[in-house]
Write a protein that binds this ligand. Structure first.
Ligand code: GLP
Length: 241
């Protein structure tokens, strides 16, 4: 595990974007695993800048997002599809046929999950997976007590997560209580993982993820077992290390 502790949110965004940019330069046909939430927004801005400056090209890039809320349509402004379009996809030359986000409106969720796993496998797996982290240590939407061997599946969101994510909705009652998420096993299969964290409210889970027991109670702790993982965190998120 490598830990890069930088000054602030801007530096975290630049440093993590550099890692993704170098992956794209080395392999313009890379498969990127992408995350949502407020943390990676600055990183996406940097990726857009790198594209506009002509350093990277998304034409042959494939993406797989970690998760999507259940029963929320693509056009809904709270959907992760909408988030990705707004923050990255509509700003770069990515081929929309190469982007993949779980379909929260699928009729048969089990089939959707199996199909999602198959698509990742058929593409040769994820080259670099970007992750944020929830205050309870969740990655993707893998909440505490998740089975480490889980693949893409339907998850029930924790009360803490519903509360944390309610800031993006008009009221807490509108926050979906379920979602489709890549499982821990799906995430751990990525060749490289970059986890981003910023702010003091992430200090505790970052400490536990790095130094705590490897336990499903803190899903991110499983990353201690991954052979190529980089934590890019700012001073506040790293303040308990
Ligand atoms: C959400 C997402 C995660 C994200 C996390 C942290 O619930 N499913 O992928 O990492 O919450 O979000 P934020 O970056 O806004 O703190």
């Amino acid at each position: 595990m490598k830990i890069i502790c930088v000054n602030d949110y801007d530096d975290m965004s630049k440093k993590s974007a550099d890692i993704v940019v170098s992956q794209i330069i080395l392999n313009p046909e890379s498969v990127l695993g992408l995350a949502t939430g407020s943390t990676p927004i600055g990183m996406y801005k940097q990726l857009v800048k790198a594209y506009e400056d002509g350093h990277i090209d998304f034409e042959k890039i494939t993406t797989f997002n970690l998760d999507e809320y259940f029963n929320i349509d693509k056009t809904n402004k709270q959907s992760y599809y909408y988030y990705m379009k707004k923050n990255l996809f509509e700003k770069v030359n990515i081929n929309m046929e190469n982007i993949n986000i779980p379909n929260g409106m699928a009729d048969n969720i089990d089939e959707e999950c199996l199909e999602y796993e198959k698509k990742i496998r058929d593409k040769g797996g994820v080259d670099i997976q970007v992750l944020g982290i929830g205050r309870n240590g969740h990655i993707g939407f893998n909440e505490p007590d998740i089975k480490f061997e889980a693949l893409t599946h339907m998850v029930k969101l924790d009360e803490q997560t519903i509360k944390d994510n309610s800031r993006f909705f008009d009221s807490i009652d509108e926050v979906p209580t379920t979602a489709i998420s890549m499982g821990i096993k799906t995430i751990m299969r990525a060749k490289k993982i970059v986890l981003l964290a910023s702010g003091k409210e992430k200090a505790e889970c970052i400490y536990e993820a790095i130094y705590g027991n490897i336990t499903p109670n803190l899903p991110a702790s499983v990353l201690q077992l991954h052979p190529d993982v980089i934590f890019v965190i700012d001073k506040q998120a790293g303040s308990k290390l």
